[in-house]
Design a protein around this ligand. Structure first.
Ligand code: NAG
Ligand code: NAG
Ligand code: NAG
Ligand code: NAG
Ligand code: NAG
Ligand code: NAG
Ligand code: NAG
Length: 363
């Protein structure tokens, strides 16, 4: 085990259903934080699965360098492992080998994990809230905190007028709320049921107990994924890097750049905006990482969005940059707009942080 005991306070503050401040004791758990991951010297990009993704990446996005946070999560599985586990799935015998499967694939199948909101951002929670009173097995009971309370605590969203020189803004807690785990190669990921209906089978295959926090997290994620996208929005949950590449190429094309900002510089600090630049005035595709035993991202595209590069100055005088995305009003953002007291003529912005990715069309 490379990590000593961690005591991490993970503040996941997200909209509606979601619960705010989670204290997660991760003593002895293979939770690798992003900064450790970034410094890993032994990232295995030599596996057959990793090679497949890198070669697809090369041919789809020849100009784009793969971000470390995806590179570090490519599957360590070789072709022979994929074949072996695939045939276990076909025979219905994977659950007897779930420990080996999860370890070999670098997944997190431990049932005892904290409860997470589906994402480090408010988007998904807003999607979820529309169905939060459904009596659906995929809609776990949860404590609904008022939206504005969450926004105040959260600071992930802010009104567009904050983007003025000299304006002060409180940055949110920029620590990644989502523990990292590897993606599955697509050939294997497609063999796992990813639906409310299939959740029980999925739990069995990975030996995750039905009433555990992990199963609860998975139900939240799947429910968010199954909720239809609102008007003006294209969304899809992807369960492999291959799926993400295809979605990006089909939604915004191949002439893109990918932004990510895992740095926690300025976390929960009051900073002054000293310069604002438009990075892209064409809508990006945003991909938000989810808590799941294997890598799952929620990717969505909202018309009328813009990407900005902000130069910020801390109270100690440190100057640094962070990106933000601003969205025009859309029905799927109703709650964010209401919480910020914005009208449909305004725009609502949010920071890019953690393991989230922003695919930006290049002009
Ligand atoms: C799962 O996590 C719990 C709590 O962190 C830990 O005590 C337990 O040993 C873990 N189980 C396995 C199989 O790693
Ligand atoms: C998988 O996990 C092991 C042990 O935690 C680590 O040594 C290895 O580098 C990981 N592989 C990948 C591809 O991340
Ligand atoms: C990606 O392309 C570059 C040059 O175009 C090549 O050197 C590299 O080996 C390729 N990588 C993979 C994994 O295909
Ligand atoms: C499934 O997990 C339980 C603990 O939750 C463990 O006792 C059992 O041995 C596991 N089964 C297999 C086949 O790994
Ligand atoms: C489940 O999650 C809650 C909230 O994060 C936590 O207090 C509790 O200890 C977790 N349970 C287990 C068994 O890990
Ligand atoms: C839910 O929220 C209410 C009011 O904020 C609080 O009194 C209660 O303890 C919460 N329940 C749980 C399970 O967190
Ligand atoms: C923001 O602008 C700075 C200075 O021009 C540049 O170094 C940085 O790469 C930009 N960041 C992004 C995400 O565009």
């Amino acid at each position: 085990m490379r990590n000593p005991n961690y005591h991490i306070t993970i503040r996941v503050a997200v909209a509606t259903l979601v619960l705010l401040q989670l204290q997660l004791l991760t003593a002895g758990q293979p939770l690798r934080m992003l900064k450790d991951l970034m410094s890993l010297k032994d990232i295995d990009t030599e596996s057959d699965s990793a090679k497949t993704v890198l070669s697809m990446w090369n041919s789809t996005f020849p100009e784009v360098i793969i971000p470390p946070l995806l590179l570090g999560r490519l599957s360590p599985l070789h072709e022979k492992d994929v074949e072996r586990f695939s045939s276990m799935i076909a025979r219905g015998s994977l659950s007897q080998k779930s420990v080996e499967f999860c370890e070999t694939s670098n997944l997190s199948c431990n049932s005892s994990i904290g409860r997470f909101s589906p994402s480090g951002t408010v988007f998904v929670a807003a999607v979820l809230s529309t169905s939060s009173t459904d009596v659906n097995p995929c809609t776990p009971k949860s404590n609904i905190t008022s939206q504005s309370e969450l926004f105040e605590r959260d600071n992930v969203f802010f009104p567009e007028e904050t983007l003025g020189n000299g304006r002060q803004v409180m940055l949110p807690d920029l620590h990644d709320p989502v523990p990292m785990k590897a993606f599955l190669p697509r050939s294997l990921a497609v063999k796992f049921p990813f639906s409310c209906e299939g959740l029980e089978d999925l739990d069995n295959m990975l030996n995750i107990s039905k009433h555990s926090n992990m199963s609860y997290n998975m139900a939240m994620v799947i429910k968010a994924c199954e909720t239809p996208s609102g008007e003006g929005q294209i969304k899809r949950c992807i369960t492999s890097v291959e799926d993400m590449l295809e979605m990006v190429a089909s939604t915004i094309g191949s002439h893109v750049e990918v932004l990510s900002e895992p740095s926690i510089q300025g976390s929960q600090e009051l900073v002054t905006v000293i310069e604002v630049k438009v990075t892209s005035s064409t809508s990006p595709l945003s991909c938000h990482s989810f808590v799941f035993p294997f890598g799952v991202y929620y990717c969505h595209y909202l018309k009328g969005s813009e990407v900005f590069n902000l130069t910020l100055k801390s109270e100690q005088g440190t100057v640094f940059e962070r990106s933000a995305v601003c969205h025009a009003w859309s029905p799927s953002l109703k709650q964010e707009f209401t919480a910020l007291h914005l009208s449909s003529q305004n725009k609502a912005c949010h920071w890019l942080y953690g393991s989230n990715l922003l695919w930006v069309p290049k002009s």
